[in-house]
Design a protein around this ligand. Structure first.
Ligand SMILES: [Zn+2]
Length: 348
């Protein structure tokens, strides 16, 4: 298994990028069995049942939420989208849901994308993690632990669904505030999350994806929501059981902290509130306040003991340490080169 990170660029702009595992193409389970005549009828019945179930969920989502869905006959994906749609309807209202959800071949390695131009979500039909719950759980946990640790903000199997639907809910809130959500999202995408917020992100164990350079503030928001919502979701049924106020970002700073800056979490919440409401200028002002606050915290800390510089270890003539250091650095150089090459290959 290998995990890579991709930049996706096409005629509609740069979209969501998710870390992935190398997987075989999605093939409906009914087609994976052998071709013995004795199982043909059973397979056909099973296939019709899958199609029936997928069709039924597609119909229900259309009737209940007005969503246009095409799950390419994948009943498990349809079930996941139905469950997460119910969660977002309960937490943020019907208008937070995407206009459409599709399952289609995306670039190798991408799990899902949100297209803010038409408020729609696509999941990758080439990804086997949408085959069943076991594979989905395996994906979220292994992606978190292997090669790119701390990339996601949650280990919950629903994390990819929550992440993409969070973009849609964010879009909806921007539309309510500004009317033209599309151009605000575009601006947020091009506004980088400052380094000082990165320190808070690390402190509160948000995934590194929150600092994704191609997604800017949009990815920060989606990862913050992924962490908060997944913390409240039951593992198998995906029912939200935590306090709903945890995800009321429009006035989270006013409500939770009574407009007082008193802790790193209060600063992070203040920043989150500005990004959620699309107030880029205030979000950038917040970064200045946070920088001063963290500098004060740093000054209060007792300075750590100075460690032995690497040059002195070399001078002490310990060849084995040199070998280890060289090995580790060449491993990462090779890896970076491979990832860069891969990024170049997939740019369009
Ligand atoms: Zn995203």
């Amino acid at each position: 298994m290998a995990y890579l990170k991709y930049t996706v660029n096409n005629h509609q702009g740069v979209y969501d990028i998710r870390v992935f595992s190398v997987q075989e193409s999605y093939v409906p389970n009914n087609r994976k069995n052998g071709n013995r005549a004795s199982v043909a009828l059973k397979e056909k019945k099973q296939f019709l049942s899958f199609m029936g179930k997928t069709k039924q969920i597609t119909h229900e989502l259309k009737m209940r939420y007005g969503m246009n869905c095409d799950f390419a006959g994948n009943p498990f994906l349809a079930e996941c989208v139905q469950k997460i749609s119910n969660v977002f309807d309960n937490l943020f209202g019907r208008s937070s849901l995407p206009r459409s959800v599709t399952c289609e071949p995306l670039f190798y390695g991408i799990l899902g994308t949100f297209y803010h131009q038409n408020k729609s979500i696509s999941f990758n039909s080439n990804s086997s993690c949408f085959d069943n719950m076991e594979k989905l759980k395996e994906e979220s946990e292994s992606a978190y632990h292997f090669l790119l640790p701390n990339e996601f903000s949650s280990l919950h199997p629903a994390c990819t669904f929550v992440h993409e639907f969070s973009h849609s809910a964010h879009y909806d809130n921007l539309a309510k505030h500004w009317g033209d959500a599309c151009s605000i999202m575009e601006e947020l995408r091009h506004t980088q999350v400052p380094t000082v917020i990165g320190r808070l992100i690390t402190r509160f164990k948000l995934g590194n994806y929150a600092l994704d350079q191609d997604g800017g503030m949009n990815e920060f928001m989606a990862e913050r929501m992924t962490q908060d919502i997944c913390k409240g979701l039951t593992y198998n049924s995906w029912l939200y059981v935590n306090n709903r106020d945890n995800v009321k970002y429009s006035d989270i700073f006013e409500r939770k902290w009574d407009c007082r800056y008193s802790s790193p979490q209060s600063y992070l919440d203040y920043y989150t509130q500005q990004v959620w409401n699309g107030d880029i200028r205030e979000a950038e002002n917040a970064a200045g306040k946070i920088e001063r606050y963290l500098a004060e915290l740093d000054a209060e800390r007792v300075p750590k003991a100075v460690s032995t510089p690497v040059s002195q270890i070399h001078a002490a003539g310990i060849p084995i340490l040199d070998k280890i250091a060289n090995g580790v650095s060449s491993f990462f150089e090779n890896l970076t080169e491979k990832l860069d090459n891969r990024n170049r290959l997939t740019m369009k």
